[in-house]
Design a protein around this ligand. Sequence first.
Ligand SMILES: *[C@@H]1O[C@H](CO)[C@@H](O)[C@H](O)[C@H]1NC(C)=O
Ligand SMILES: *[C@@H]1O[C@H](CO)[C@@H](O)[C@H](O)[C@H]1NC(C)=O
Ligand SMILES: *[C@@H]1O[C@H](CO)[C@@H](O)[C@H](O)[C@H]1NC(C)=O
Ligand SMILES: *[C@@H]1O[C@H](CO)[C@@H](O)[C@H](O)[C@H]1NC(C)=O
Ligand SMILES: *[C@@H]1O[C@H](CO)[C@@H](O)[C@H](O)[C@H]1NC(C)=O
Ligand SMILES: *[C@@H]1O[C@H](CO)[C@@H](O)[C@H](O)[C@H]1NC(C)=O
Ligand SMILES: *[C@@H]1O[C@H](CO)[C@@H](O)[C@H](O)[C@H]1NC(C)=O
Ligand SMILES: *[C@@H]1O[C@H](CO)[C@@H](O)[C@H](O)[C@H]1NC(C)=O
Length: 417
Amino acid sequence: MYQTLFFFIALGTVFQLSCGTQVNVTKDDKLCLFANLTLHFSVSYGVTGNKSQTVAFELPENVTTDGSTCDAEKSTLKLNFGEGHSLSADFVANGKSYHADTITFIYNLNDSTLFNNSVSEEPVTVKVELQSTGVAMDTCYSCHSEETIQADSVNMTMWNVLIQAFVSNGSKSEQITSCAADTPTPAPTPAANTTTPAPVTNTTSTAPPPPPTTTPTPPLPTPQTGNYSVTLTNQSEACLLANFGLRIGYKQGGKYEEVNFEPNGTQIFGLCGVNSSELMLESGPVTLVFTFTNDTKKFRLHALNVTVKTSSGSVFFETNTSLSLWEASLGSSYMCNKEQNVTINEELTLLTFNVRVQPFGVKKGLFSTAEDCQADVESFLVPIAVGVALLVLILIVLLAYFIGRKRNMATGYESFS
Ligand SMILES: *[C@@H]1O[C@H](CO)[C@@H](O)[C@H](O)[C@H]1NC(C)=O
Ligand SMILES: *[C@@H]1O[C@H](CO)[C@@H](O)[C@H](O)[C@H]1NC(C)=O
Ligand SMILES: *[C@@H]1O[C@H](CO)[C@@H](O)[C@H](O)[C@H]1NC(C)=O
Ligand SMILES: *[C@@H]1O[C@H](CO)[C@@H](O)[C@H](O)[C@H]1NC(C)=O
Ligand SMILES: *[C@@H]1O[C@H](CO)[C@@H](O)[C@H](O)[C@H]1NC(C)=O
Ligand SMILES: *[C@@H]1O[C@H](CO)[C@@H](O)[C@H](O)[C@H]1NC(C)=O
Ligand SMILES: *[C@@H]1O[C@H](CO)[C@@H](O)[C@H](O)[C@H]1NC(C)=O
Ligand SMILES: *[C@@H]1O[C@H](CO)[C@@H](O)[C@H](O)[C@H]1NC(C)=O
């Protein structure tokens, strides 16, 4: 018990001597792989007398990166140190993410400074296949917490890890994908790790990281405008037309997320009624159901159901069945080209672009005259402008009257004197 405690403290001091190993791998003079980590090895090896001995040492600050490679889909970080030892990690990129695939540790038992009294004098290769989830592309993998990789006769424990493979444009990303161990418990701070790191614990072999939930997402591009139409089976012409670009903003578990509705590959279903028409669009993770109503003079978007299958695997669903949006006279179409932020309910907002819809009375498959949302603003402004002009006119007339009157009075006084 005391022995282990002493061992821990001894390790703690060793760890404090170094502030990690930092390497930059370049290709064509540009940074392509970056790593900064503290790594501790524990190796057991055979000594004379059919016994085994365990030695602990740290990855030194001075390493060389000969043998490291950077390619489009596969990169290798190779750290060479001491007398013929090396640690290498293979990274694989697949589209939007990358992950560490294997770790290979080669230690040279001929190095008597580390492996005193070793029976063997041969290098030993330990290869570990990692079951790691992806790190978002163009982000750094960060893990302050300790991770241990266990293999036959070797334990590798690392912490304060910051790695970016597939660096683009020659500079390390400021964005971070954190490991699972860092995220859920903010209490045991990384500072605790740097001062008194608990040594090799019985955590299972882990490596790069968890769901990339903490990755700051880059801003979405403006959604593409899609053209959708509903044609009833026994008809030749469309009975409902809708064009728009759409971004859905939704809150789930208190977290605000946004997703663009991709027109590409959208499945369209719908029906056209006398009093009510429906448009259902399904694309990627998003399903939208628009319900339009006809109240004899006007039509409006009355109900909206939104379903989003989120990247975390859960399903977001919200509905509002008492909307009054996209309203225009029957026999015309509703149009709004400007960007509009529409609140559907507390959990759901829509950002719309280039909207033009006609859910009733479509003739020859074409939009009827548009009622523009911009025109509303103008028709509201025109009476004000006219009013203001009239007021100014009245003032001028009054002013002219009083001035004229004053003159007359003045001349009147003159004639009297
Ligand atoms: C070494 O130990 C193993 C089991 O631990 C045993 O099978 C083997 O015979 C021993 N060899 C010698 C030379 O003592
Ligand atoms: C690796 O860790 C396990 C679990 O703590 C331990 O049983 C084993 O002896 C360690 N191996 C080495 C080589 O330190
Ligand atoms: C590691 O932990 C698991 C459960 O937490 C336990 O079953 C196993 O015996 C432990 N292994 C070692 C080497 O301590
Ligand atoms: C649309 O999707 C097809 C395949 O589904 C793809 O080949 C095409 O590049 C996509 N177009 C756009 C603009 O995303
Ligand atoms: C549409 O609504 C009117 C009155 O609101 C009603 O008389 C008529 O039956 C309805 N038509 C259909 C097809 O539901
Ligand atoms: C929208 O969602 C509500 C609530 O689940 C449901 O009752 C309604 O039928 C849905 N509307 C459509 C058109 O799917
Ligand atoms: C839309 O409005 C909501 C609530 O006012 C806001 O949280 C959201 O950021 C807005 N979205 C955009 C893209 O402006
Ligand atoms: C709207 O509803 C009224 C009454 O239900 C109906 O007479 C009229 O034809 C409808 N208009 C359209 C364009 O479907």
